[in-house]
Design a protein around this ligand. Sequence first.
Ligand SMILES: [Zn+2]
Length: 109
Amino acid sequence: MMDREKLRTKLQALCRELERQEQISEVDRAPVELDQTSVGRLSRIDAMQVQAMALANQRRRQSELQRVKAALDRIDTDEFGYCQNCGDPIAPARVEHNPAVTTCISCAS
Ligand SMILES: [Zn+2]
């Protein structure tokens, strides 16, 4: 039997961590400005690459955050721990590793 309270705590910690990362990365996503102080230290192209990476990371974080929040909504329902694709139970070790997971190992591969 899965320890739902432990999994809930893990999901809540994940949620907070993702939101924290979101805040600290805000500065990297700011529109690239070619102001005199940044020239020489970081070229415009470098700055744009940093921005593109920050945006990609943000999208990845946001979809992860959605999965984590969806798992928190699901954790008290009978659906939790079952594959959303085939309906089979998900291996407890898989859920413990990532409580936000929504599919069993065979549907995921
Ligand atoms: Zn499945």
